[in-house]
Design a protein around this ligand. Structure first.
Ligand SMILES: Cc1ncc(COP(=O)(O)O)c(C=O)c1O
Length: 368
């Protein structure tokens, strides 16, 4: 009978079965810190209101649970296509945009392929490339977190295919980078550019119009952030139908379950509620940024997203632990290199942000 204890024989055996290169891949890990206020994962602080949840639950109850969900998620893709003004064939949905990133790397990871991303950025590009056994190359940003065009172009070695991931705005640094520098990548031979617009609703900036003329561009979006559906895992891609077909070749059948399809569809039909939440978060973003900028010894970085990267003079670990003691969980990104002493805070509700600022700056705050 298996137990929680590691059996040395199973360990030896599993290592001997493991594909080359996977021994060094760290599983994605979320540290289970105790907290009352959760500002570490760039989620929306606003859950769907009860009437919306009731509508979703009702629609889900009307589906047949003994049948597989629509494998092509036609209604959801059609709703997205209508909203974006593109044909339905240009839209593909996934179990979170993570799944689409993984599927693209899996399908396109030829032996002469290289995955390239500016760094620091969203860690899953590198994790998923390594997991798929595809060469990964991080091109360092400048010290003020701008794109370094030379470093980026140096990573695009001649020959072979290059799958370039650009988080726009960038997680964790926060800002949308220079448009022309990004657009120039589209002219490099052998480049597929994947523009990850997970935070588009906050930034309002998009490469979607470029899709009309650029066959080597894919735009990714998600329901996990501004739409407040992180627990249901729905992401989507917009691109030429040929790229949707590429993902279809490797994604699992029925990858988006029936509840997730219904929830995303219902939320889309009530986007006025999403807009309201969005407005509240943006107002709070201004307040939090202003407070951080006013404070002594805190360096902040510009943001177009629902989070702020900052560097406290007293050191990231000290601040992170003090906040944790106050029940506020943020993300400690401190590591050697550009993110030395950096922390990232997600914008929460006014009460949550007040608790964060109080824990950080030492002012009293009442948290329910
Ligand atoms: C830039 C970026 N892309 C993708 C994702 C993942 O989104 P999803 O929940 O749709 O998998 C995240 C989540 O933090 C992100 O920051």
């Amino acid at each position: 009978m298996p137990t929680d204890d590691v059996d040395p024989q199973a360990r030896r055996l599993s290592r001997s079965f493991l594909r080359d290169g996977l021994a060094d891949v760290e599983p994605y890990h979320v540290e289970p810190h105790r907290h009352r206020v959760k500002l570490d994962a760039n989620e929306s602080p606003y859950d769907a209101p009860p009437d919306l949840k009731a509508e979703i639950a009702g629609a889900f109850a009307d589906t047949r649970w003994n049948r597989y969900p629509d494998p092509r998620a036609e209604r959801l893709r059609l709703a997205l296509a209508d909203r974006l003004g593109v044909p339905i064939g240009c839209v593909g949905v996934g179990n979170g945009s993570d799944e689409i990133i993984a599927a693209l790397i899996h399908a396109l990871g030829r032996t002469d392929a290289r995955v390239v991303a500016p760094e620091p950025t969203f860690s899953m590009y590198g994790i998923l490339a390594r997991a798929a056994g595809v060469e990964y190359h991080g091109a360092p940003l400048t010290s003020d977190f701008e794109l370094d065009s030379d470093a980026l172009h140096a990573a695009l070695r001649p020959g072979g295919t290059k799958i370039v991931f650009i988080s726009y705005p960038n997680n964790p640094t926060g800002a949308c980078w220079d448009r022309d520098t990004i657009a120039n990548l589209l002219d490099v031979p052998g480049v597929l550019l994947v523009l990850d617009e997970a935070y588009y609703e906050y930034s309002g900036m998009t490469f979607l119009p470029e899709l009309a003329t650029r066959g080597n561009l894919i735009v990714l979006r998600t329901f996990s952030k501004a739409f407040g559906l992180a627990s249901l895992r729905v992401g989507y891609m917009v691109a030429d139908p040929e790229w949707v077909d590429v993902v279809d070749r490797v994604r699992l059948p029925y990858n988006v379950n029936a509840l997730s399809q219904v929830a995303a569809l219902t939320i889309l039909a009530h986007d006025d509620r999403v807009a309201e939440h969005l407005r509240w978060v943006m107002e709070e973003r201004d307040r939090v940024l202003a407070a951080l900028d006013e404070a002594e010894g805190i360096e902040t970085f510009p943001t177009d997203a629902n989070f702020v990267l900052f560097r406290p003079r007293e050191g990231a670990d000290a601040v992170f632990n003090r906040l944790l003691q106050a029940g506020v969980l943020i993300r400690n990104l401190d590591r050697p290199g550009l993110l030395r002493n950096c922390l990232r805070v997600t914008i929460g509700t006014p009460t949550e942000n007040t608790a964060f600022l109080a824990g950080l700056l030492g002012e009293p705050a009442a948290v329910a």
